[in-house]
Ligand binder design. Structure first.
Ligand SMILES: *Cc1c(COP(=O)(O)O)cnc(C)c1O
Length: 419
C-alpha cells in the first residue's frame, strides 16, 4: 500500500496543546502601549473569549466542538501517502511519507483553523470578520468557513497578490467574502502581510459587530492545526512504522509546521525541521525578541524570531512565507534547540517541487515546495549513510492556483535574487 486513510470517526476529538511540553516556559504577549503582559480584556476587541482562553491555555488537550468536527469531516481525515516513486527516483533507502492537506475545500491546511475560528466567533455573536491574506490561501479558507456560519467577511489582500493572483480573489468572492487590496491608504505600495494585518485590525477595532481572524502565528491557530500531526501519528502506525525519524514542515507564520510537528515534541528522538525561504530567513537569521505582528505596531508585542516589523520581504512566489516574524511557540522550540531551522533559495525549491510533481503527481504550492525540498535533502543524506530513516513531511497545499510561478520556473524567468 502507499496510501493510508482513517475512518471519519477517527478525526482527533481533541487538539494537542504543546505549551505543557515546551522546554522553557512561554513568555506572555505584551501590550503595545504599556509593555505590560496583555490580559483577556486587551484582546477582547479582536477575538472571541473562547479563542482568547485557548491562546493562553496550558491544558494538555482541548476538545474539538462537534459542530467543528462535522465540517472538518467534509475532507478529514486527510490521507497519509508514501512517496514511493520519489524514493525510487532518488535511490534512497529512506521511507518518505507526506500528509496531504491539499484535499481541503480551499486546497491547504488553513481551513482547519478557519472553521474553528468562524465557529467560536459565530457562537459569541460576532456578525462580521476582517482578515488579511498574502497569497490568498488564508482568505479563501476563511471565506469558506465564514459561509458555513453565515458570517460576513472582509479580506485585505496584499496588493501585489491581488494583481498577480486573481483566482484566489475570485474564490473568496464565490464563497461570499469581500476583497480589497492593501495597504488601503497607499495605492502605490505592493504591500506585505504586516501592512495588511494593520488594515484588518484597524477595521475591526472600529466596529462593535466585527472581530479579526489571523491565519497563523498565534497559539490558538497552531493548536487547531494539530489534527494534522495527530492523524499522521495514527496513520504511520497503520503503515507499520513506529515514530518517524524526522518531521518536516514549511514555515511562514508556523501553523502547518506546528500542526504536523507539535504532537511529536514529547518524543525526544524525533527531529523536527522548519523550512523557510532564504529571502525571508526569520528563524535562521532573525533575532529572538519582542516585536509587533504588524507594520503599524497595533498588535500586541510577541516573543518570537523576527526580522523587524518594518522588514518588507522581496516578492517571491511563496507569498505565504513572506512574514517578518514567526509563531512564538515555534520560536521558543527553535530557541531551545528542540526544533531545527533551515532556509532554501527559490530556485532550489521549484526544482524540488517539479521533481515531486513528475514522480508523485501532485503539484505543490510554492510554500509547500520548501518542505518538499528539505524532505528530498533528508532522503539524499540517508542515501549517503545508507540509513533506513522514516521522513514525514506536510504537504500543506496544492499549487493549482500558483501555476504562473511554475511558468516562470519552467521558462527560466525565476531568479534567486528575487528569493
Ligand atoms: C499559508 C501557507 C503556508 C505558510 O503558513 P504557515 O502558517 O507557516 O503554515 C504554507 N503552505 C501553504 C500551502 C500555505 O497556504
Amino acid at each position: 500500500m502507499t496510501r493510508w486513510t482513517l475512518p471519519p470517526e477517527q478525526i482527533p476529538s481533541a487538539w494537542f496543546n504543546v505549551v505543557p511540553h515546551l522546554p522553557s516556559p512561554s513568555q506572555p504577549p505584551l501590550h503595545p502601549g504599556t509593555r505590560e503582559p496583555v490580559g483577556p480584556d486587551d484582546l477582547a476587541p479582536l477575538f472571541p473569549m473562547s479563542l482568547i482562553e485557548q491562546e493562553v491555555s496550558d491544558e494538555p488537550w482541548i476538545d474539538v466542538p462537534g459542530e467543528v468536527l462535522d465540517i472538518l469531516k467534509l475532507w478529514r481525515p486527510t490521507p497519509l501517502q508514501r512517496a514511493r516513486r520519489l524514493e525510487q527516483a532518488l535511490g534512497t533507502p529512506a521511507r518518505i511519507y507526506y500528509k496531504d492537506e491539499s484535499v481541503s475545500p480551499s486546497g491547504s491546511h488553513k481551513t482547519n483553523t478557519a472553521v474553528a475560528q468562524a465557529f467560536y466567533n459565530a457562537g459569541e455573536g460576532t456578525k462580521r470578520l476582517t482578515t488579511e491574506t498574502g497569497a490568498g490561501q488564508w482568505g479563501t479558507a476563511l471565506a469558506f468557513a465564514a459561509a458555513q456560519f453565515g458570517l460576513d467577511l472582509k479580506v485585505y489582500m496584499v496588493r501585489a497578490s491581488y494583481g498577480q493572483k486573481p483566482y484566489r480573489r475570485i474564490a473568496i468572492e464565490t464563497w461570499g467574502g469581500e476583497v480589497v487590496p492593501s495597504p488601503v491608504d497607499e495605492p502605490d505600495q505592493p504591500g506585505s502581510l504586516g501592512s495588511a494585518i494593520s488594515d484588518a485590525v484597524r477595521d475591526c477595532v472600529g466596529r462593535d459587530d466585527t472581530h479579526y481572524a489571523l491565519g497563523s502565528v498565534l497559539n490558538h491557530v497552531l493548536l487547531h492545526q494539530t489534527v494534522i500531526g495527530l492523524e499522521a501519528r495514527e496513520q504511520l502506525g497503520q503503515a507499520g512504522e513506529g515514530l518517524p525519524d524526522v518531521v518536516v514542515g514549511s514555515c511562514g507564520g508556523g501553523s502547518n509546521l506546528g500542526g504536523i510537528t507539535f504532537p511529536f515534541v514529547p518524543d525526544a528522538g524525533v527531529r523536527l525541521v522548519a523550512v523557510e525561504p532564504l529571502s525571508c530567513p526569520t528563524l535562521t537569521q532573525g533575532r529572538y525578541d519582542y516585536d509587533f505582528g504588524d507594520v503599524g505596531g497595533l498588535t500586541p508585542l510577541l516573543p518570537m524570531y523576527t526580522l523587524g516589523h518594518d522588514f518588507v520581504p522581496p516578492s517571491i512566489h511563496a507569498g505565504g512565507l513572506r512574514y517578518h516574524g514567526s509563531s512564538p511557540l515555534v520560536s521558543s522550540l527553535v530557541k531551545d534547540g528542540r526544533m531545527e531551522a533551515t532556509a532554501y533559495p527559490q530556485g532550489k525549491v521549484f526544482e524540488a517541487a517539479v521533481r515531486f510533481a513528475r514522480t508523485e503527481g501532485r503539484i505543490p504550492a510554492p510554500e509547500c515546495g520548501h518542505a518538499v525540498a528539505a524532505a528530498i535533502d533528508e532522503a539524499l543524506a540517508a542515501k549517503e549513510t545508507g540509513a533506513e530513516k522514516v521522513i514525514l513531511f506536510n504537504f500543506s497545499g496544492h499549487g493549482f492556483l500558483d501555476l504562473a510561478a511554475y511558468d516562470d520556473h519552467n521558462h527560466g524567468r525565476l531568479t534567486d535574487e528575487m528569493g
